[in-house]
Design a binder for this molecule. Structure first.
Ligand code: FES
Length: 365
């Protein structure tokens, strides 16, 4: 008898889903409690911590559709701001083996970033966000390298800290160096946690490099060959995982490239998709309602067209990954330059960087 219950429950759920079409049960469950939805993932914030003046660390409990992540991956976080859903990517900072199932994100408020500033200012325990399943190939191999060098700067610490915490949880038997860059000691995210990990794990060496002061620094200044030789003299035999601001990424890449070690250096690589568009066939007028700018469709993706017209829409990756260029299309049709799909719904969210107008298009922003 008991073995029939799950099947019966599934049938009832399917029946409820069918009866509740076109919105599906999730739209109704969401009204009762967003964490009850089944087809999508939600994260409920359980703790808000401020480690530095311009960051917020959010601990959240993902809803039941969450399948867990691998250290180094990122998730998309969606939040409604003034009635518009906005999505951004953040890497969890916790160990992939965390047993309480909680997810920890540390978000730096970018002075130009609508979403990061909103999350920093307005998130309180009980806030619920939309989440995606994890994504991204910036991960360690299942057979862990014997020697691991983790290099980060600023808020780029999160994916490599996740790797470090994962390795410590696994009792990694080899050597690990965690080389982190910040302005000064106050600017170091997770400073106490790093010290605690170094105490717990005999093979771990934490090296803090400060770019603005000598006080309390293990190393002073920006990344250099000397820093590398000091922090991890064995780096040529190691696998190195790197995340941080562009100047740091560029200098590490350059040094590893010059030494023929590029294959041992791993970064989050977003590969630009092959965007297809044909400017010759372009027709119609494009209008950005908020600014009142109107111009002839050149056939390029909307982000490029807006910039050509002197607008400065918020954007990040320019390749359809980060969602920071998302705007509401109020009318017209666009073709997704990655998938080729054409969509013509009114008031739909589109990513400007990969949306090519097909005839007249109006954007709310
Ligand atoms: S999705 Fe990243 S800029 Fe468009």
């Amino acid at each position: 008898m008991t073995s029939l219950l799950p099947r019966r429950a599934r049938r009832l759920a399917a029946l409820a889903e069918a009866l509740l079409t076109p919105h599906g049960a999730d739209r109704y469950l969401e009204l009762i409690n967003p964490m009850l939805v089944r087809g999508e993932i939600r994260g409920e914030v359980t703790d808000v911590r401020r480690q530095t003046g311009d960051t917020v660390t959010l601990t959240m409990r993902p809803s039941r559709a969450w399948r867990g992540f691998t250290a180094g991956q990122y998730v998309r976080v969606s939040v409604d701001i003034d009635g518009v859903r906005r999505t951004r990517c953040y890497s969890p900072a916790g160990s992939q083996h965390r047993t309480d199932g909680l997810l920890e994100l540390t978000i730096k408020a970018d002075p130009q970033g609508l979403v990061s500033r909103h999350l920093n200012r307005n998130t309180v325990p009980g806030t619920v966000f939309g989440l995606s399943q994890p994504d991204g190939g910036f991960t360690m191999p299942e057979r862990r390298p014997e020697r691991v060098l983790l290099v980060s700067g600023g808020s780029g610490i999160t994916p490599v800290l996740s790797m470090l915490r994962t390795l410590v949880d696994e009792g990694h038997p080899g050597e690990i160096t965690f080389l982190h860059y910040a302005n000064d000691a106050q600017d170091v995210l997770y400073r106490a946690e790093l010290a605690g990990l170094a105490e717990r794990h005999p093979g771990l060496r934490v090296v803090l490099a400060y770019t603005a002061t000598d006080a309390g620094a293990d190393l002073r200044g920006f990344f250099s060959a000397e820093h590398l030789a000091h922090a991890a003299p064995w780096y040529r035999e190691a696998q190195t995982y790197l995340c941080g601001p562009k100047p740091l990424m560029d200098s590490v890449r350059e040094l590893f490239g010059a030494e023929g070690l590029s294959e041992r250096l791993h970064t989050e690589e977003f590969t630009p998709p092959a965007l297809t568009f044909d400017a010759a066939d372009a027709t119609g007028q494009i209008r950005f309602a908020h600014s009142g700018k109107e111009f002839a469709n050149s056939g390029k993706p909307l982000l490029a067209q807006a910039e050509d017209a002197g607008l400065r829409p918020e954007h990040g990756c320019r390749m359809g990954i980060c969602f920071s260029c998302t705007k509401v299309k109020t009318s017209g049709r666009v073709r997704n330059a990655k998938s080729g799909e054409v969509s013509g719904e009114e008031n739909e969210e589109i990513q400007l960087c990969i949306s090519v107008p097909v005839g007249d298009v109006e954007i709310a922003g």
